[in-house]
Write a protein of this length. Structure first.
Ligand code: SAH
Ligand code: SF4
Length: 392
């Protein structure tokens, strides 16, 4: 745990006027949907392609939130847009900066629900961890989010809006048309590792990530986006076909018995079905590996036998194993494995030919580390005793 010098900034907390929400939000629409929206307000058909490109660039390249500033559109088009549409991203409620530089944003979405976003700065890059749902339908026993019921799926606008809000805070929109955003980006990577199971909100996640990758906008390479799934096997092939990003899988257990207790979705799709889907995940280059996330839980899944079983199971899959020391949360039913145990596990995996980095917990002083996210406003799904009953 790092020192307690987190900075907390509170922003206005009065929910937005509902009047604004009656207008259609263009943020989150695909290019095709944007074009249809423009047709719908009377922009002439022959101009649609050009206007779509112009508006797209203002929204996703320059980060504009008002139609007034779109100077290459006529005043009458700008007025029509303002009368019919809004450009809204989730509302920032609080921002906390950890002593290690990690930033955690609490944002409010339509309906008053709250989600968390985490920005992790590194030496020459920065990763944004975004959420796909408020809460989660799954209930992995070691995950804080899993104690919160699913409230709702996020829309594509709310998903890409998290990226846009972080770019606002990092002041990372190009200042003019010629200003490149590719020099050294503060926000260079996105991981879908926040709240929720992204493959249970597939279409919205796909549309939002397509927007993030669009070369005339935020323009992040598909290799800089990693989607983490707990193992929704039937959606894995679609992820490759329709998003094409990198894949991470929350593995965590090397027998169906243990994995079933930790990641209950294993009862629906077991280890062998999951491995089958991962073997079929296409790679466009040798450097594209599947990340296996493995949370280190003391005395539960951290033995040398587990490590040997793991490398046997994943044989033939180009992979990297991320060992995540368990991040504790209030009343969590597990303990973090001892550092020496994690090291020994890591060495076995490494000797078998896989990179096996031990993830350094970031932002612990502000509860921003993996699996600690949970918005306070929602009801608990389970009590600690119930979780303990399930796992024993
Ligand atoms: N629902 C998706 C993505 C979000 S969870 C999934 O399960 O993959 C992101 C990662 O954090 C997952 O690998 C998850 O298993 C891990 N995680 C959850 N709780 C954790 C905790 N308390 N400590 C460490 N890692 C945790
Ligand atoms: Fe949901 Fe992922 Fe947490 Fe499991 S680990 S409860 S799938 S967010």
């Amino acid at each position: 745990m790092s020192g307690d010098i987190a900075i907390v900034e509170d922003f206005h907390t009065v929910p937005r006027s509902p009047k604004l929400e009656l207008k259609l939000n263009l943020i989150g629409q695909t290019r095709a949907e944007l074009a249809i929206s423009l047709v719908g307000v009377g922009i002439p058909e022959r101009q649609i392609k050009m206007r779509t490109t112009q508006i797209w660039s203002w929204i996703y390249y320059r980060g504009l939130r008002s139609f007034d500033g779109m100077t290459n559109l006529s005043k009458s088009i700008r007025d029509t847009l303002s009368e019919n549409f809004v450009l809204e991203v989730p509302e920032l409620v609080t921002k906390q900066i950890s002593s290690d530089g990690t930033r955690k944003y609490l944002v409010r979405i339509t309906g008053g629900h709250e989600v968390e976003i985490v920005y992790i700065p590194e030496k020459d890059r920065g990763t944004l961890c975004i959420s796909s749902q408020v809460g989660c339908t799954l209930s992995c026993s070691f995950c804080h989010t899993g104690t919160q019921k699913l409230v709702r799926n996020l829309t594509s606008g709310e998903i890409i809006g998290q990226v846009m809000l972080a770019k606002d805070d990092l002041n990372e929109w190009p200042k003019n048309e010629t200003d490149s955003q590719n020099s050294q980006r503060l926000l260079s990577n996105i991981v879908l590792m926040g709240m929720g199971e992204p493959l249970y909100n597939f279409e919205s996640v796909r549309d939002a990530m397509k927007i993030a990758m669009d070369p005339e906008g935020i323009s992040l390479s598909r290799r800089r986006i990693t989607l983490s799934t707990s193992g929704v096997v039937p959606m894995i092939a679609r992820t490759a076909e329709e998003i094409g990003c990198l894949l991470a899988v929350s593995f965590h257990g090397t027998t169906d018995e243990i994995r079933g207790k930790l990641v209950p979705i294993n009862k629906k799709w077991n280890i062998s079905e999951l491995i089958g889907a991962l073997k079929a995940y296409p790679r466009l280059s040798n450097s594209e590996r599947i990340t296996f996330e493995y949370v280190m839980l003391r005395g539960v899944n951290d033995s040398d036998e587990d490590a040997h079983r793991l490398v046997k199971l994943i044989k033939g899959i180009p992979a990297k194993i991320n060992l995540i020391p368990f991040n504790e949360w209030p009343n969590a039913p597990y303990k973090r494995s001892e550092p020496s145990r994690i090291k020994s596990f890591s060495e076995i995996v490494y000797k078998a030919g896989y990179a096996s980095p031990i993830r350094k917990p970031r932002g612990e002083d502000i509860m921003a580390a993996c699996g600690q996210l949970k918005s306070e406003s929602k009801k608990e799904r389970k009590s600690k005793s119930l979780i303990q009953e399930e796992i024993s």
